[in-house]
Design a protein around this ligand. Structure first.
Ligand code: FES
Length: 185
């Protein structure tokens, strides 16, 4: 007996379409599941970030947290009038760059390879330096920076001292250069 060729072909096409439909719907479901997982992951990461920020706020306070999120005066200055570079006992290094105009700091920048707290301290050291003359700069100590920050946990107070020490080294460099510029008698 002859096969009913057109009928068989039709059934094959229909079977293929049903198969493809099932495959398409499986893929769609897979994509939806993936999307669901990625949303969950995003929520989880967001939650974790919020927790970290909340924890940081509790430990360090608003001033430190704000500056940590938005570090001002980070960078370098080409051909600075005063430059300091100090490596602390923890192994972190801080650099401070000062530019003076009429014997006052008109630009200050810092750079560090240290932790977030070191960065915050460098940022405040630079900020405190702007507008000051050498006599006023000498007054900026680790304690001054700690006071502005509202204090730091004991284990991180040294970050403020490193920033102040580096600022003083930059001032010292400026003073030495100034002395060399003075006309010899
Ligand atoms: S941890 Fe080393 S200076 Fe902050």
């Amino acid at each position: 007996m002859l096969d009913n060729a057109p009928g068989k072909k039709q059934r094959q096409i229909e079977a293929k379409l049903v198969g493809e439909d099932a495959f398409t719907s499986k893929r769609k479901k897979g994509r939806e599941a993936e999307r669901g997982m990625s949303d969950e992951l995003d929520d989880f990461v967001q939650e974790l970030q919020d927790q970290i920020l909340e924890e940081a706020k509790r430990s360090y306070g608003d001033v430190v947290l704000d500056r940590w999120l938005n570090p001002l005066h980070a960078g370098t200055i080409n051909d600075p009038d005063g430059y300091g570079c100090v490596t602390g006992s923890c192994g972190d290094t801080m650099q401070v760059f000062l530019k003076f105009e009429n014997d006052r700091v008109n630009e200050a920048k810092f750079q560090t390879d240290g932790c977030g707290t070191t960065m915050v301290c460098g940022s405040f050291a630079a900020e405190l330096a702007i507008g000051k003359n050498p006599d006023q700069l000498v007054e900026i100590t680790g304690e001054t920076i700690l006071e502005v920050l509202g204090g730091l946990p004991e284990s991180e107070r040294h970050c403020a001292y490193l920033a102040a020490e580096t600022l003083q080294e930059a001032l010292n460099d400026y003073m030495v250069k100034q002395t060399r510029k003075e006309p010899r008698r």
